[in-house]
Design a protein around this ligand. Structure first.
Ligand code: GLV
Ligand code: MN
Length: 226
């Protein structure tokens, strides 16, 4: 092979490698055995600084944060307990985390996305309707009972709704120490400063009063009574 064809091939292969690594990028790989987050130091560009190794102890690798569920007595009838790096410093740099979500009967974990992680989960109690929406607006859904699990591709909108008679609980895991969560209702109707009502009336094809009413549900009342 000529030198110029060889260098073109190499250029092509390195570009392909770069693109494939960007497309599959989750959290960066750890570069050390241990890097327990020192939350007192604040976040650096990508995670938290490590505690010095002499200060690391057994407790840094264990957490009881998900052993009890949060209060579901709220308008959603659900409560997510986050086990991200801020709650469990031991996962710093490891690219994993877990949440627990508890549901009262009829409770909903509203439509949301995780910008930085795929999610895998297990229903441990009750019966949940789980819905996942693709970017082509296809809804994939199923009623899951205790012992059944599910997966949600990174960035896709999804929800869970308790369709059982009693309480329900799910445990989920992410391939990020900080998956992030964007709840559609809060983001659109409860952002601060608020999204102009005219934008939302046009986008949702409804009257201003309806947008203002929904905004008021999310404590965004500036526009409601002016
Ligand atoms: C459930 O979908 C969760 O993100 O906690
Ligand atoms: Mn989720």
């Amino acid at each position: 092979m000529e030198i110029s064809s060889l260098s073109k091939l190499l250029l092509f292969l390195s570009a392909a490698l770069l693109l494939s690594s960007l497309a599959s990028a989750a959290d960066p790989d750890p570069v050390d055995d241990l890097c327990i987050a020192d939350l007192t130091k604040g976040k650096t560009i990508n995670g938290y600084p490590c505690k010095p190794e002499w200060a690391v102890c057994s407790d840094d690798f264990f957490s009881s944060i998900l052993s009890t569920g949060g209060d579901t007595d709220n308008p959603n009838g659900s409560n997510a307990t986050s086990g991200d790096v801020t709650a469990f410093p031991g996962i710093n740099t490891l690219g994993v985390s877990m949440n627990r979500v508890d549901f009262a009967p009829g409770g909903v974990n509203p439509p949301h996305v995780h910008p930085r992680a795929s999610e895998i989960g297990l229903v441990v109690r009750g019966k949940l309707l789980l819905g996942i929406m693709s970017t082509k607006n296809v809804l994939y859904s199923k009623v899951l009972k205790a012992g059944e699990n599910f997966v949600i591709p990174r960035g896709l909108m999804h929800f869970q709704y308790n369709v059982g008679e009693g309480k329900a609980t799910q445990i989920v895991a992410f391939n990020s120490q900080s998956p992030g969560i964007v709840f559609a209702p809060e983001t659109l109707f409860g952002s601060m400063p608020e999204i102009p009502t005219k934008v939302l009336t046009k986008a949702f094809r409804v009257d201003e009063e309806i947008v203002d009413l929904i905004k008021s549900e999310f404590g965004n009342c500036d526009a409601c009574f002016s």
